[in-house]
Ligand binder design. Structure first.
Ligand code: NCD
Ligand code: ZN
Length: 354
């Protein structure tokens, strides 16, 4: 059966360009997005160098405008002392990303002062996204509440975290959150099957009880986000494997599996992959844009056949159901028969610069 969905929006990807284009670039990453049914992706700032000033933002805007085949937003990076700069560039960005815990790249905010300076300075109509795990979620929620700034918690992965967010929402805190497909499906029990190096990801995949808790709280999860974080197979199998999984091309089939399992409805998927991210991140309407999906098509996840330059997937060998057959973007067929038809540079920035 073929169904038509609105263009999916992924608020959390790492397309690595500029800085690490051997892992991914704007072209390969947005081709992977179209193949997965995404017509808007929002790119994270932990590039080399990170996106923390006008110059690095400009370099990313140029690279994207030349290469992207779907629409995109660019999240700005919060540094220890760039709150004023971040605020001045907010209108060009889809969000401000704060790293409160260690992950890939140098962007980690350690001081309370820098946390407060960003929440007190950044314009309130642009969301602040936090990579926060465990206790730092409590810190982010409190400071957000104190400065009356909406906050979006990225890739929630643990039972205690999702329960804290539920409690905060019940108290009226302006918090939204996302979960990834891997945290909804994978547990540490799969470590051997996936391979120890490939398995590394932040937040780390967790226990069966954590997966169950995320699934039990799907009603308060605002967005699904892939956290598409490509690294090459060589890097993942090295002595110091960087954390991160590619995810754009397997996500929709996994979301549809939740529907088949009776956990959520198709409308719930549309809310989490289109309506909510559109509202939270003020994504402009894309006219004449939709995705056609054969929901019965079975296929086997094979990294080697994917558009991502990572060429591997933590779901390798898994039988998935649901395949994107066609993507229309602004009235043009941009993806069909597993081919990208859009020209490099046809994707638009959701925060156009003059
Ligand atoms: C991300 C990356 O590789 O950039 N890695 C990851 O494990 N998720 C960084 C991040 O999102 O924290
Ligand atoms: Zn990420």
């Amino acid at each position: 059966m073929n169904i038509k969905l609105p263009g999916l929006i992924d608020p959390h990807v790492h397309l690595r360009d500029p800085g690490a284009t051997h892992k991914e670039d704007w072209h390969s990453g947005t081709c992977a997005a179209l193949a997965g049914g995404f017509t808007v992706v929002m790119d994270m700032p932990n590039n080399t160098p990170p996106i923390t000033d006008a110059q690095t933002l400009g370099a990313k805007q140029r690279a994207a405008s030349e290469q992207a085949v779907c629409d995109y937003g660019i999240h700005f990076g919060a540094g220890a002392d760039n709150a004023a700069i971040a605020a001045s560039l907010a209108s060009q960005c889809s969000g401000l990303k704060l790293y409160l815990d260690q992950t890939f790249g140098p962007l980690r905010l350690d001081s309370l002062q820098s946390l407060v300076s960003h929440f007190s300075t950044f314009p309130k109509d642009v969301p602040i996204l936090c990579h926060a795990e465990g206790r730092t979620i409590a810190a982010a929620l409190f400071v957000a509440q104190l400065y009356d700034h909406p906050v979006h918690i990225c890739h929630v992965s643990r039972k205690d975290e999702i329960e804290l967010i539920r409690a905060a929402k019940e108290k009226g805190v302006r918090v939204t959150c996302e979960v990834t497909p891997h945290h909804l499906y994978l547990t540490l029990d799969e470590r051997e099957k996936i391979g120890a190096g490939k398995c590394e990801v932040r937040p780390m995949i967790a226990t069966r009880a954590d997966v169950e808790a995320l699934r039990a709280n799907l009603d308060i999860i605002d967005c699904f986000a892939t956290d598409h974080a490509p690294h090459t197979l060589f890097e993942k199998e090295s002595a110091s494997p960087p954390p991160g999984y590619p995810g754009l091309e397997t996500a929709l089939a996994l979301y549809l599996e939740l529907v088949r399992e009776g956990m959520i409805t198709l409308d719930d998927v549309i809310a989490r992959c289109h309506e909510n991210p559109r509202k939270i991140f003020n994504v402009p309407v894309q006219d004449e844009t939709w995705v056609e999906v054969d929901v019965d098509a079975e296929w086997i996840a094979r990294g080697a056949n994917m558009f991502t330059r990572a060429k591997w997937t933590p779901f390798e060998g898994r039988t998935l159901r649901g395949r994107v057959t066609r993507v229309m973007l602004r009235g043009e067929t941009v993806f069909e028969n597993n081919c990208v038809l859009a020209k490099p540079g046809s994707g638009k920035n959701i925060r156009p610069t003059l």
